[in-house]
Design a binder for this molecule. Structure first.
Ligand code: SF4
Ligand code: SF4
Length: 475
């Protein structure tokens, strides 16, 4: 029985009977393609080069998951930098909103790694091995399980995918370990090997099978388009007033400039017809602009039937740069990003966190003193190693045991030292006593931090047992 046929196409990548419609866009050389090619290759080289670039002795970008550190442009963010990272993330989101309000989906068409790799690496390789869109379609129609040209293409994809997977891993561990692992046995580095294998498989699935469907189905950006764009945002648009009524033929007295040649459709990497208006699937790649400009030149009409414009401009209302969102987004961006820069430039040379004991809050020693154990966690934010000394003040008769003080901490690292504070039990009011913990590196950093020690309540003070013994009695 034949498959039921849906009236009309639901997705450009689906046939009406629900089977996959493979898109084989025809290249459209032109000015915009030249510009995009330059941008794409700069980005491709940048993506590959970043793990090799160091700024001030630190990687330009390193997502060190094991240490929970993120290094970006020579600055290392530690796990305690939640506020800084939150400000950076919010600034990035606002910048995306602003870029979309001003320039539409410029990210999708010009800079997204999915588009850049698909259109400037994997699609050209496909054309080279399969003989262009027509050759690919012939291979599709042959329905052969094995085709030498398609197989060779997949082998080349695999080599490139594997290289990109190793580059991806280098963003997390750096290049040196990756190179070391490549020449070692997978048994010696199973996690790294698994990440590279899974990333290579993901890259193959993406560029062999999912392709443009990643933009249309998986990526949420297209769905946000209606919220992020307004009538004055820059979009790739067909000039309906100039192009319609469309039609073929030499007699154009009653017709618009669109000659119904379909060049804009056959070149579209997402398989849509730009003449149907602004669509979620349009990644604003400008290929239809180049294709249509070539046709316009051929028939002696002005270029730009498909061009960068806005819905308002196409409706004859001009383009308005100053709008509510183009005022609010920059204000919000400068406030949030300004707060980020201020925080970043006013960071202390060290982060100190005082942590309580893991077990009983205090112990009563046989001589009647109360002992508190705490831990001092120190993150060295400076660029050089320091040894941090700790002292405690704030009560008469106070004794401190700090076996690891001064504690050496390497730059960008975090270390923890134990600290024991002993006080006479009558130093406690209502079971607490606040003391001051001072930490200094003897150079740039000196900080004083209040800490509430725990002790016995007044009516407990005469009990000749310590906290551990009491806990045992209750059990
Ligand atoms: S390429 Fe231009 S002329 Fe040809 S169908 Fe598209 S809009 Fe019309
Ligand atoms: S409609 Fe034009 S700009 Fe949009 S994705 Fe297709 S070719 Fe690119």
């Amino acid at each position: 029985m034949a498959a039921p046929v849906a009236p009309g196409r639901v997705l450009p990548t689906l046939n009406e009977d629900g089977t996959r419609r493979w898109l084989r866009p025809k290249p459209a050389p032109g000015t915009w393609l030249k510009r995009r090619t330059v941008v794409a290759w700069v980005l491709l080289l940048t993506y590959v080069a970043i793990p090799h670039v160091f700024i001030g002795g630190k990687p330009a970008m390193l997502l060190d998951l094991q240490r929970r550190e993120f290094t970006f442009v020579g600055t290392t963010f530690l796990p305690t930098d939640t506020l800084l990272l939150m400000l950076l993330a919010i600034s990035t989101v606002i910048a995306i909103f602003l870029a979309s309000a001003l320039a539409g989906r410029v990210w999708c068409g010009w800079a997204c790694p999915q588009t850049v790799y698909m259109e400037f690496v994997f699609r050209p390789i496909e054309r080279l091995f399969e003989g262009g869109p027509r050759g690919s379609t012939q291979i599709d129609e042959a329905k052969a399980r094995f085709h030498p040209r398609r197989f060779t293409k997949h082998v080349v994809y695999l080599v490139i995918g594997s290289f990109l997977a190793h580059t991806f891993l280098a963003y997390f561990v750096g290049w040196d370990p990756v190179v070391h692992w490549v020449f070692g046995s997978p048994n010696a580095h199973p996690v790294g090997f698994s990440i590279v294998t899974m990333t290579t498989i993901a890259i193959m699935l993406d560029f062999v099978y999912f392709r443009e469907q990643v933009c249309m189905v998986a990526c949420p950006y297209g769905r946000w388009q209606s919220a992020l764009l307004d009538r004055d945002s820059l979009i790739v648009a067909y000039d309906y007033g100039r192009g319609e009524p469309r039609g073929k033929g030499k007699d154009r007295a009653e017709k618009g400039d669109c000659v119904e040649c379909q060049a804009c459709v056959t070149t579209c990497p997402t398989g849509i017809d730009i003449r149907n208006g602004l669509q979620m699937e349009c990644i604003h790649c400008t290929q239809c602009m180049d294709a249509c400009d070539a046709v316009m030149r051929k028939i002696g009409r002005p270029e730009g039937l498909i061009r960068y414009s806005s819905l308002a401009a196409l409706a004859g209302n001009g383009r308005h740069f100053i709008r509510t969102r183009t005022v609010l987004y920059p204000v919000a961006f400068f406030l949030v990003f300004g707060a980020f820069v201020w925080q970043l430039t006013h960071k202390e040379a060290a982060d100190v966190t005082l942590l309580g004991p893991a077990g009983a809050p205090f112990t009563l020693e046989p001589d009647g003193t109360v002992a508190n154990q705490l831990r001092v966690r120190i993150a060295n934010r400076s660029g050089i190693a320091h040894a941090y000394a700790v002292e405690v003040t704030g009560a008469d008769g106070l004794k401190v045991i700090a076996p690891l003080s001064p504690l050496p901490v390497q730059p960008g690292r975090t270390e923890t030292m134990p600290l024991f504070v002993m006080l006479p039990r009558d130093a406690f009011e209502e079971g607490v006593r606040t003391v001051t913990v001072r930490v200094t590196d003897g150079a740039k950093f000196a900080g004083a931090f209040p800490y509430r020690l725990a002790g016995p309540m007044r009516d407990e003070a005469n009990e000749p047992t310590n906290a551990h013994e009491k806990a045992g009695k209750h059990e």
